[in-house]
Ligand binder design. Structure first.
Ligand code: GAR
Length: 190
């Protein structure tokens, strides 16, 4: 049995998609959804999905081992960031070396870094008149969006593209590939 901890800060549609993908899989278990925002919609999704939620404050995350200890107690194998917007602190990075992955809604190394999340990424892609965008799944290190790239998929950016229409294309790619890549990473462990 492989155990995944999902981290999300916002809507959590990727977290839901991942949870549903593994719902009937007896080899993979989502131990919990970890969230830094008490009013995030992902917490409602967690409740509907019957997945335990852990809400933590900045001080819990950066000045204590609370979150780390909880994941160790749950025997977490892989940490999956799905729209989680804080940097992961060193205590967790060190204990889960190469065991933390993230999805970014653009083709890194372009359009990444601090402050580049959600609609801001799509706005920047359109402003720069890019003809393609996509998703990047990568390992997480101590910097925003800089760990080794595991997988990328592309989509076209049309001349009349809006941040919303691009976000919809990106979400489609995310839902298609993120659960599948997570499964591959877990299988390659066995
Ligand atoms: C996703 O598009 C994800 O790639 C992006 O936030 C969105 C979360 O959507 N992540 C980042 O921008 C990280 N820099 P969701 O909450 O509906 O899954």
């Amino acid at each position: 049995m492989k155990r995944i901890a999902l981290f999300a800060s916002g809507s959590g549609s990727n977290a839901q998609r991942i949870a549903e993908y593994f719902n009937n899989n007896t080899e993979v278990h989502i131990t919990g959804i970890y969230c830094n925002k008490p009013d995030a919609y992902v917490l409602i999704r967690a409740e509907k999905l019957g997945i335990p939620a852990t809400i933590f404050k900045r001080s819990d995350f950066y000045e204590s081992d609370t979150v780390l200890q909880k994941m160790l107690a749950e025997n977490v194998d892989l940490i999956v960031l799905a729209g989680f917007l804080w940097l992961v602190p060193l205590n967790i990075l060190n204990r889960f070396a190469n065991r933390i992955i993230n999805i970014h809604p653009a083709l890194l190394p372009k359009f990444g870094g601090r402050g580049m999340f959600g609609a801001r990424v799509h706005e920047a892609v359109i402003r720069c008149k890019e003809t393609e965008s996509g998703i990047t799944i990568h390992y997480v290190n101590e910097n925003y969006d800089e760990g080794n790239i595991i997988f990328q998929a592309k989509c076209l950016v049309n001349v009349n593209e809006t941040p919303d229409s691009l976000a919809a294309k990106i979400h489609t790619l995310e839902y298609e590939h993120y659960p599948r890549i997570i499964e591959q990473i877990l299988l390659s462990d066995t």
